[in-house]
Design a protein. Structure first.
Length: 71
């Protein structure tokens, strides 16, 4: 798998974490949430350009996540 794909998957994971963190705050910043979600969607779109088949993309992403955890 290319470094680009791995970087996109990692960025998507970071954005997911930031979105969850923002939502857990007492008063979430709606503008920040909107920006984070737009960034996450843009990354997802870029990933789907490389893997139009969603099942294939999930398989690749799971492998990348597994490798990142064991690194």
């Amino acid at each position: 798998m290319s470094n680009l794909i791995e970087r996109l998957i990692a960025a998507h994971r970071v954005l997911n974490r930031e979105i969850r963190r923002e939502l857990a705050r007492r008063a979430p910043d709606r503008l920040r949430l909107t920006r984070l979600k737009k960034e996450r969607l843009a990354i997802k779109d870029r990933l789907f350009r490389h893997f139009p088949d969603a099942a294939e993309m999930r398989r690749i992403a799971r492998g990348a996540i597994r490798r990142a955890r064991h690194a």
